[in-house]
Design a protein around this ligand. Structure first.
Ligand code: SF4
Length: 486
């Protein structure tokens, strides 16, 4: 068995020396720093739950490469069942963490690169797939967490990479050597970057011939020389350092913990290079990765929504409105929205198909519809939760005043709802709802896995509007249409 426990995962991170900056400070021990602990905890659960008998079937699987039992986050999907189980696994993890557990991005990257390198080799005579399989065996054997680093800073969006004033606006190859390549640039908004073991870097969008140096895919350890992480700020993030209850989700945080990763003349040996100049395959890689990650969102986000619905219901009970019919209606509405998203993720998994490499990918049209629905439904679910909670969500006194001997008794007295439930219960629920429905948590549902416009573009490409037009022409008896339009 080659799987790590949560404890071993934390210990493995301690062996690494990544360069990380946050709030003007160079971080010495990320694993022990309060700003990072919740994100490490959340990722650690992807290791811990794999050892729980009740989650074994979802969280573990047999490697098609070695026949070993491995964590599903390092697996290449080989059936519809694998695709559906991924969604179920993400929902289970979302329920337990109420937050982002980060490891899916790299998992989706591994799956995308696996199938694209296979196709590339067949068409171009390269040997990327063999290299990648060897690399994947190491990832599976060591149970490593890999970040999926796709989004470039992009500079002026009206210009392609090679026409940017600053050539580093996109990650690109600056030198090709006998033993490897040297890259410059950066990747932005990278989830779980600082607490991963390494980064799987992929191109961010389609590339033309002029942009061949930007069509590059590779893996680097998180502490490779020249790899610099600048950790992003989140709503209320200082609460992680000076409060407990006010954090809302003390154990697992708000979202994944994103970072800007800078590559300052980073050397990558050839065995970890999986695309270098094959610009024709850049879009294919992006689409396969995006499909895999958008497939996820009706999994992880519905897990979070389950916890959110529970928090709303509990808060209503604590406030004495739990039996009101309008509250029951609102809870049902939240459930309906949640299950609609879950249906989308399950559907795109069941409609998935085999790739020439033998791996499986979800249906791209339905996966993009899934994610686009998330950009609306999660906001709506949060809106209803805030409606149920009331204005207290924005006005609850802080933990420091609650603990202050001069005024704490008043907070206790006036924050109480029903008589037999202490004020602390209400405060904790309010803070959890605040963490899950305000600020960064919502933005993640909008822009994580790509902004809504990216989904619209892919839906437009796959929609086959011409076929729909012909259907209408046949019904309206316009032109000469066959009996069946297929
Ligand atoms: Fe995984 Fe969801 Fe976080 Fe993406 S947003 S990394 S799918 S938990």
């Amino acid at each position: 068995m080659s799987m790590m426990t949560g404890k071993q995962y934390r210990e493995s991170l301690r062996q690494l020396k990544p360069e990380i900056y946050y709030m003007g400070e160079k971080i010495k021990s990320m694993v022990d720093h309060p700003a990072f602990i919740p994100h490490v905890n959340s990722a650690a659960l992807t290791y811990e739950m794999a050892w729980a008998p009740e989650f074994e079937e979802l969280m573990t699987v047999t490697s098609h490469l070695t026949g070993e039992r491995i964590n599903r986050f390092t697996h290449i999907h080989h059936s519809h069942d694998d695709l559906v189980k991924k969604v179920k696994m993400l929902r289970a993890l979302g329920q337990q963490t109420g937050s982002c557990f980060q490891r899916c991005v790299g998992h989706d990257g591994l799956n995308a690169v696996y199938s694209v390198t296979y196709d590339m080799d067949r068409e171009k005579g390269t040997d990327y797939h063999k290299r990648f399989v060897k690399f994947l065996e190491e990832i599976q054997a060591q149970d490593l967490m890999v970040s999926g680093a796709m989004t470039d800073p992009k500079g002026d969006r009206s210009l392609p990479p090679s026409k940017q004033k600053d050539p580093d606006a996109y990650v690109h190859v600056v030198d090709r050597r006998d033993d490897g390549i040297v890259v410059n640039g950066a990747k932005a908004h990278i989830t779980g970057a600082v607490n991963s073991h390494g980064h799987l870097v992929m191109p961010t969008h389609a590339m033309r011939e002029d942009d061949a140096d930007y069509a590059v895919c590779f893996y680097v350890p998180v502490d490779a020389p020249g790899v610099i992480h600048i950790f992003g700020r989140q709503t209320n993030d200082t609460r992680k350092c000076d409060c407990m209850v006010d954090q809302g989700n003390t154990e697992y945080g708000i979202v994944g913990g994103e970072a800007l990763i800078v590559f300052d003349n980073v050397f990558v040996p050839w065995e970890h290079v999986f695309m270098c100049g094959e610009h024709e395959f850049a879009y294919e890689l992006v689409e396969r990765f995006a499909t895999a990650h958008r497939q996820n969102y009706g999994g992880c986000k519905t897990g979070l929504a389950d916890a959110l619905i529970g928090a709303s219901y509990l808060l209503a009970e604590v406030q004495g409105t739990g039996r009101a019919s309008h509250i029951r209606d609102k809870l049902v509405e939240m459930v309906q929205l949640t299950e609609t998203l879950y249906c989308c993720s399950v559907a795109c998994s069941c409609q998935g198909f085999a790739m020439p490499a033998g791996s499986y990918m979800a249906d791209p049209l339905l996966a993009n519809v899934t994610k686009l629905n998330v950009t609306r439904h999660v906001y709506e679910i949060a809106r209803v939760a805030q409606d149920i909670a009331g204005g207290v969500l924005a006005t609850t006194p802080g933990e420091m005043d609650w603990k202050d001997p001069r005024v704490g008794k008043y907070v206790d007295k006036y924050m109480k709802g029903v008589a037999d439930v202490p004020a602390e219960t209400r405060i904790r629920l309010v803070r959890l709802l605040e963490a899950m429905t305000c600020g960064t948590a919502l933005v993640e549902s909008m822009h994580g896995a790509g902004s809504p416009q990216a989904q619209r573009v892919m839906i437009g490409r796959r929609a086959n509007l011409e076929h729909k037009k012909r259907l209408a022409q046949k019904l309206a008896k316009i032109g000469d249409q066959p009996l069946f339009v297929l």
